[in-house]
Design a protein around this ligand. Structure first.
Ligand SMILES: [Zn+2]
Length: 427
């Protein structure tokens, strides 16, 4: 399809700043063909979309989540982190029948689309079903089956094979696959080294939980005499293909090692706050020019996949912790949800930005929404005022997955019906 998106306020990015420009936007197939119409002939061949009264922004990128867990929101709150994970979450997950992961993942996709996320980095535990849901949703996703254990190639241990089979079956323009070792506490050093080698060999990104809780760091020090970051550095795991989620409990040397190895970091401030894991040293990371991205983590620990809320929490929690009103500006925070993830995911200038040649991943925000009206500063309003309800339409890779509030790829009533059954069965 060809679209001429007319009269919208476009959220553009140049010289490290977001700015608004009222102009037309031309979409041809999967990509943005032109910002402004001077170079376009045959305007009549484009379907016109009136975007007057809309802010048209690049889709938000949720850089760490487990979409399939969305049915668990508010089912395990106010519990200590290790009890929450080992006694509650792992126990529920182990009971779920495979086909049900399809529905639970779609529930995650519904929430993300409706709140302006067009791309997510997913760590899941059920190959095929989670990828199939991502495919059917029309979302852009980077997907990895969670890998735990001691030896990637051990007899009878087929997580790695399954992860690769899933990649062969589902990889497309929209779906890419990553290697997802769970953490230093769920994977042996030997296994992490094997994954690192496979990542080099296959040119695949690596996605891992890192230094999430104090206990993780203490246990790692007791077992290896190294912090989790030092351990990963010592086996050559950290590099520009590494996307490390959480990174809450870091010392200064850890931060230097992340920077030196060009690893990206995904901060999940709501999840870390809720589970009592603390506040990541984001100020030092940004100062040291680490590529900082934002993620919601799962709905079992957040309890939402709403990136607008995550941006707001990230800014406010860090302003408070650092006693600064000027740091963690709306511009910086928005970069962490758009530009920076595009670098982490090896999609720079392709996603997270409105520019010629970029993928047509666009979110239409209704500027007359009470939460953001009047529009005194549209960049600020996205960080501090928006709650996701302002999102009117969402286009991913040139296709509308939601148009004027109506989902076009997912039958939400069918999903809610299945989720009610799943909740009654497992929770
Ligand atoms: Zn996680």
């Amino acid at each position: 399809m060809k679209y001429r998106i007319k009269n919208g306020h476009l959220l553009l990015y140049s010289d490290n700043k977001f700015q608004i420009k009222k102009d037309d936007l031309f979409v041809n197939g999967t990509t943005i063909e032109a910002v402004g119409g001077n170079s376009i002939k045959d305007h009549e061949k484009y379907e016109e979309i009136d975007a007057d009264g809309n802010l048209v922004m690049p889709g938000l990128i949720n850089s760490h989540t487990h979409a399939y867990m969305n049915f668990m929101k508010n089912s395990a709150d106010d519990m200590p982190f290790d009890k929450w994970l080992f006694n509650k979450i792992f126990s529920v997950e182990s009971k779920i029948s495979r086909p049900d992961f399809y529905w639970t993942t779609l529930l995650g996709c519904i929430e993300m689309i409706k709140t302006g996320t067009t791309c997510y980095l997913d760590m899941h535990i059920c190959e095929d079903e989670c990828a199939k849901a991502a495919k059917d949703s029309g979302m852009r996703a980077f997907i990895g089956k969670c890998i735990v254990g001691t030896d990637l190639y051990a007899d009878g241990y087929d997580s790695f094979k399954k992860a690769l089979n899933e990649k062969d079956t589902y990889e497309s323009d929209l779906l890419k696959f990553v290697l997802s070792p769970h953490s230093v506490y769920a994977c042996s050093s030997a296994l992490l080294k094997q994954i690192s080698n496979e990542s080099q060999k296959r040119n695949m990104l690596k996605h891992i939980h890192l230094s999430e809780s104090k206990k993780e760091v203490e246990d790692c020090l007791a077992e290896h005499g190294k912090t989790p970051v030092e351990l990963l550095t010592s086996i050559g795991f950290l590099d520009s293909k590494t996307i490390s989620a959480h990174c809450v409990n870091l010392n200064y040397n850890d931060i230097c090692a992340l920077r030196k190895n060009q690893a990206s970091v995904v901060l999940c401030p709501s999840s870390n706050a809720k589970l009592g894991n603390g506040i990541a040293p984001a100020s030092n990371m940004l100062k040291d020019e680490i590529n900082v991205c934002l993620g919601t983590d799962s709905s079992a620990s957040n309890n939402t996949l709403n990136m607008f809320r995550e941006m707001s929490v990230f800014s406010l929690i860090n302003k408070a912790a650092n006693e600064t009103a000027t740091g963690f500006s709306a511009n910086t925070v928005l970069e962490c949800a758009t530009i920076n993830p595009s670098i982490a995911l090896n999609m720079k200038n392709k996603i997270g930005v409105i520019s010629e040649g970029a993928c047509a991943d666009l979110v239409f925000v209704d500027l007359k929404s009470p939460s953001i009206f009047p529009n005194n500063n549209m960049v600020s309003s996205l960080c501090y005022s928006a709650n996701g309800s302002e999102v009117k339409s969402v286009m991913i890779n040139g296709n509308f997955v939601m148009r004027n509030g109506v989902l076009t790829t997912i039958d939400s009533e069918k999903v809610y019906y299945e989720i009610n059954r799943i909740v009654n069965t497992y929770l």
